[in-house]
Design a protein around this ligand. Structure first.
Ligand code: UD1
Ligand code: UDP
Length: 364
């Protein structure tokens, strides 16, 4: 069968790669479509190089814009591509605008649709990603869930049992496949940090970086944590101008966005990670590194119940207290079931045997 795999932004590349590889190992004709939602070399090219992904077969070049502009541009470009390439199935990953745009087009065009990372719910409708997750799941045939809690969410929403497959976490496939290479590199030395003696920070959620009052509070908290532990903050382009405007406290060092292997090494060597990223909550759990999440909720609750993640919200005092607590008494995690490096294979088995030949599996 011919299968279109879609990627569009930084957190997509490490998720799509294991799926593409597993499909191709089983003889599928895979077409990689890159929407161009992220385009800076540091948000894009470095991941293709680090992960060994071949250049995309198609590049839609949609770039940045408002939600409607970006989503609309992906849809407009993806529709004729589907008509021309006539795949049997389309695979979308995660929860970004490119994901929901390609899902909507596929649902009306005919190919079967598979959503990798189905069933995650923050129950926070203020997050654009929550809208993207719910809509993408609703029009998908195959709901490929990373953990049992995600499958439970889908059941509670009335999805059919034969649509739901708990396949594990593809992001961890890439993490485990690249960990030795990341550790063998010199990322810590190049960033001027020593293993176990620094904290790593990422910030890019609109709710954290778009509102100057919230961002100022978060930076105040980071400044206080940095009195104990120097902090390294690879800057997402969305936050670059806003961080400069808000003023960064002493002890917090801004650096350009890190490449994949560098960022894995930096997480692995950190005493503590503070983040609002979705994927970083999962990777720190798999690595056993303490993670303080600068949000009130998470769509990835196993990282809290089984992993190293603690939700600290946005209140500066609470963030500082949580960071100290976690440094004094680090959580003792276990790696969630099926976060074992074989999720891509399970997905390929579902799609190819389950199969791309089967009838539509949409809920009634
Ligand atoms: C997007 C996703 C978010 C994901 C994040 C991962 C949506 C709604 N959001 O957020 O879920 O967690 O990617 O990193 O899909 N920009 C650049 N260079 C780039 C890309 C973006 O400078 O290569 C700047 C532009 O000013 C752009 C802004 O970042 O307007 C936001 O980019 P966008 O893709 O809309 O959303 P992200 O915040 O990156
Ligand atoms: N990441 C990276 N460099 C960075 C920040 C993140 O390589 O400077 C990687 C990280 O290891 C993970 C993914 O990007 O694999 C997470 O993406 P991001 O935080 O942008 O998006 P989210 O997961 O929040 O959607």
């Amino acid at each position: 069968p011919r299968i279109v795999c879609v990627a569009g932004a930084r957190p997509n590349y490490m998720k799509i790669k294991p799926v593409m590889d597993a499909l191709e190992r089983r003889g599928a004709d895979v077409l990689l479509v890159h929407t161009g939602q992220h385009y800076d070399p540091a948000m894009n090219d470095v991941f293709f190089a680090d992960l060994g992904i071949r250049p995309p077969d198609r590049y839609l070049g949609v770039g940045s814009g408002t939600h409607a502009e970006q989503t609309g541009r992906v849809m407009t470009a993806f529709e004729p591509l589907l008509a021309e390439t006539a795949p049997d199935a389309v695979v979308v990953v995660g929860d970004i605008n490119s994901t929901v745009a390609c899902a909507l087009v596929t649902a009306k065009a005919g190919p079967l649709l598979a959503h990798v990372e189905a069933g995650l719910r923050s129950r926070d409708w203020g997050m654009p990603e929550e809208v993207n997750r719910v809509v993408t799941d609703r029009v998908s045939d195959y709901l490929l869930a990373p953990s049992p809690d995600a499958a439970d969410n889908l059941r509670a929403e009335g999805y059919r049992e034969d649509q739901i497959h708990v396949v594990g976490n593809v992001m961890i496939d890439s993490l485990l496949a690249n960990l030795d290479r990341a550790r063998a590199g010199d990322a810590l030395a190049r960033h001027g940090v020593a293993a176990g003696r620094y904290g790593l920070v990422t910030l890019h959620r609109p709710a954290n970086v778009d509102d100057p009052a919230v961002l100022t509070g978060l930076l105040k908290a980071l400044g206080a944590v940095a009195e104990r532990l120097p902090l390294l903050l690879p800057v997402h382009p969305r936050a670059a101008g806003r961080l400069a405007a808000a003023g960064v406290p002493a002890g917090v060092r801004l650096v350009p966005p890190a490449g994949y292997l560098d960022f894995v090494a930096l997480q692995d060597g950190a005493a503590l990670v503070l983040t609002d990223s979705g994927g970083v909550q999962e990777e720190t759990t798999a690595l056993g590194v303490p993670c303080v999440t600068l949000r009130d909720n998470t769509e990835r609750p196993v990282t809290v119940t089984e992993g190293t993640n603690v939700l600290a919200g946005r209140d500066p005092d609470r963030i500082v207290a949580t960071a100290h607590r976690v440094l004094d008494d680090p959580p003792r995690p276990r790696r969630p079931e099926l976060w074992d490096g074989r999720a891509g294979d399970r997905i390929a088995e579902v799609l190819l045997t389950g199969g791309a030949a089967a009838a539509r599996l949409r809920p009634t």
